[in-house]
Ligand binder design. Structure first.
Ligand code: ADP
Ligand code: MG
Length: 670
């Protein structure tokens, strides 16, 4: 190389912010930089091992994957080297500088600049490669992509810019004469001595000498990276490299040999997440389909759970060889919070990622895994949250309460994702519903459907629910009044997905789901707590005056309503809206109109409460010709009021205001 072939590039804005946070890091646990770099090295080896199944020439002469760590006390550097897939120029630029991984945007938007507040954020978000700037003031990455004979160098001090240089076979050798390439023997066919893989060279900050101590590094590796399935070696000056980790696939080891710490570290690696696993599920299936499964559910909600380009993060291995973790349908979308590894004994090794999609063996594994995960969730949540008092005197009262609270955390994080499964035809609905939690009118906390069913009133055939934007608003809805009077429990559903699954799931254990907004609900058949009033409710339906009033209001409102009917559903309110059985519920319809999937909202049924003072006085005035204008205005006001309560648009806000103002003026003048 004669000319210096170097390009200066800028980090993307998000990455710059992450870097600033790293450089000024007061983060107490700096040790994790090594775990992150080893984790990347291991991923790179996994990727190449997969590529080599179809392109064996890529690893020819050097098929033993390894990760080598070398310390150079004189130069004050640590080098993390792997003979994995490597990166070319474009990859160095995008992977280490311009393309932020999903969730980075959200992470960055939460950075306040106040390091005390920001540090815990790092703990919630894996920052990967950039964590090297916690200990280094300059990082050099030299990489040679498998199959290429060009080396490229990336370098940065972490302040806004990085350089990319190459191709530079000879130069690298000059800059890093002994360490980079002495760790491995060069393969015979690479005449120039170019090795594939990546070396990350950390030039330590002046106060980070502790990381030059190989005992210290060994300790970090055994603490955080023992589970890495490739050997990790350490060299200190002239000494022979020594393997530091166990270097076997952790998921193949018997449960009894593994400690919670080891599971946790493996989780950090496989999930790229820094929290604790909320659930660890490790088992070997030895029936018709044979596979080993080590899956985790995170404690914290991952940033990209609802991100459009989120990835499913369960890695597929075939007999210990990593195949893929993207675009493979090994866990359903509604379990996309699962992290971990599934290792099949039966799938062919040279299966291509494309044909995997339609592999019947894989479909069987998926089905079995879903079943197992749901069973495990059922076990975790098996204590009924509304019967806590009952558990209180038992010896395990405390323990069981913990389990319950624990499940609620899970539910708050992932409940709305899990409920997406209810909309999928292929998902096992009953087991899914069994592990679902719902807010209800029976208390402040969550309930299960089984607990709801145990509280059914005599004669009650339905599981009643009400959907809407917020739980608190739902609790105040007039739709619930008649149910509350009779002590009939109603589920309160405020997740968007609730609008959808309630349209496709009809029943649970023989009880039909029914929205309380349905016009055909007759509560008189259900034995309630306020029995005395039941008869009057039934009678008012036939009240001739009320029927006449309904007719009159219907004439006034014309095409704006579908019908006007008396209901026994209300107590304090005069009116509410309802829809026919089989019609779309309010919120779903609004959503589809917003999305332009429906041209316009349909006309609703206006239900009136024959017991209400306003309705009674209106009915009494029907014959009074002079009152005709008032009746008309009141009919519109009541209808608009019902629409407002339901969050529907009112047709003519100006007319509404004019009418309301008229009545206010009248009442002030009186
Ligand atoms: P993550 O590992 O979560 O993707 P990182 O910040 O740790 O994020 O790494 C960013 C990307 O850089 C990786 O996804 C990978 O494509 C690339 N990379 C990092 N280290 C290596 C390496 N040793 N070999 C090959 N590619 C690497
Ligand atoms: Mg990483």
């Amino acid at each position: 190389m004669t000319e210096k072939n170097e390009e200066k590039l800028k980090f993307s804005a998000e990455i710059s912010k992450v870097l600033q946070l790293m450089i000024h890091s007061l983060y107490t646990n700096r040790d994790i930089f090594l775990r992150e770099l080893i984790s990347n090295a291991s991923d790179a080896c996994d990727k190449l091992r997969y590529e080599a199944i179809t392109h064996p020439e890529l690893t020819q002469g050097d098929s033993d994957f390894k990760i080598a760590i070398a310390v150079d006390k004189e130069r004050r550097t640590i080098i993390i080297h792997d003979n994995g897939i490597g990166m070319g120029r474009e990859e160095l630029i995008s992977n280490l500088g311009t393309i932020a991984k999903s969730g980075t945007q959200e992470f960055v938007s939460k950075i306040t600049g106040d390091s005390k507040k920001d540090m815990p954020l790092i703990g919630q978000f894996g920052v990967g490669f950039y964590s090297s700037f916690m200990v280094a003031d300059k990082v050099t990455v030299v990489s040679t992509k498998a199959g290429s004979d060009e080396s490229w160098q990336w370098e940065s001090e972490g302040t806004g810019e990085f350089t990319v240089e190459g191709p530079l076979p000879s130069k690298v050798k000059k800059q890093h004469p002994d360490v980079v390439f002495s760790t491995f023997e060069p393969p015979p066919q690479a005449g120039e001595g170019i090795k594939r893989g990546t070396s990350v060279i950390l030039h330590l900050k002046p106060d980070q000498d502790e990381y030059l101590d190989t005992f210290r590094l060994r300790h970090i590796i055994t603490t955080y990276s023992d589970h890495i399935s490739f050997p990790i070696t350490m060299t200190d000056g002239a000494a022979e490299p020594q393997t530091v980790n166990t270097a076997s696939a952790l998921w193949m080891r018997p449960k009894s040999e593994l400690t919670p710490e080891q599971y946790k570290e493996f989780y950090h690696h496989v999930a790229h997440a820094p929290d604790e696993p909320w659930l660890t599920l490790h088992y070997k299936a030895e029936g018709k389909v044979q596979y080993t499964c080590l899956l985790f559910i995170p404690t914290l909600k991952p940033f990209d759970l609802f991100h459009p380009d989120r990835k499913r993060r369960v890695k597929l291995y075939v007999r210990r060889v990593f195949i893929t973790e993207e675009n493979v349908d090994i866990v359903p979308h509604y379990l996309r919070f699962l992290r971990g590894v599934i290792d099949s004994e039966d799938l062919p090794l040279n299966i291509s990622r494309e044909t995997l999609q339609h592999n019947p063996q894989l479909a069987k594994i998926k089905e079995a895994v879903v079943k197992r995960v749901l069973a495990e969730l059922k076990k975790k949540g098996s204590i009924n949250p509304l019967s806590r008092e009952a558990a209180q005197d038992s010896a395990q009262a405390n323990a069981s309460q913990d389990v319950t609270d624990d499940y609620n955390t899970f539910w708050e994080n992932f409940g709305s994702v899990l409920k997406e499964g209810l909309c999928e035809a292929a998902s096992p609905r009953e087991p899914l519903l069994e592990v679902c939690r719902f807010y209800s009118t029976a208390g402040d906390g969550f309930t299960t459907l089984d607990a709801y069913i145990s509280r059914l009133k005599e004669g009650q055939q339905n599981i009643f629910y009400l959907t809407g934007e917020r739980i608190e608003a739902l609790r105040a809805s007039p739709q619930l009044e008649g149910f509350a009077k009779k002590g009939i429990e109603v589920l309160l559903l405020a997740d968007h997905v609730d609008d959808f699954w309630t349209n496709v799931v009809y029943n649970y254990k023989g009880k039909q789901f029914k929205s309380v907004t349905r016009a055909d609900i007759d509560l008189s058949a259900i034995a309630g707590e306020g029995k005395a009033e039941d008869k009057t409710e039934a009678k008012t339906d036939t009240d001739a005056q009320v029927l006449e009033l309904c007719q009159r209001i219907k004439t006034i409102l014309g095409g704006s309503v579908k019908d006007v009917r008396a209901t026994g559903k209300l107590t304090n309110s005069a009116v509410c809206l309802a829809v026919e059985e089989g019609a779309m519920d309010f919120r779903l319809e609004r959503f589809l109109v917003e999305q332009k999937q429906l041209a316009a909202a349909s006309a609703k049924i206006l239900e009136i409460n024959p017991q209400h003072a306003i309705i009674r006085s209106l009915a009494a005035k029907l014959a009074d010709v002079e009152a005709a204008k008032d009746i008309e205005d009141i009919a519109w006001l009541l209808f608009d009021q019902a629409r407002i309560v339901e969050g529907e648009e009112i047709g003519d806000p100006a007319a509404f205001t004019r009418r309301l103002q008229g009545f206010v003026e009248k009442s002030l003048a009186a």
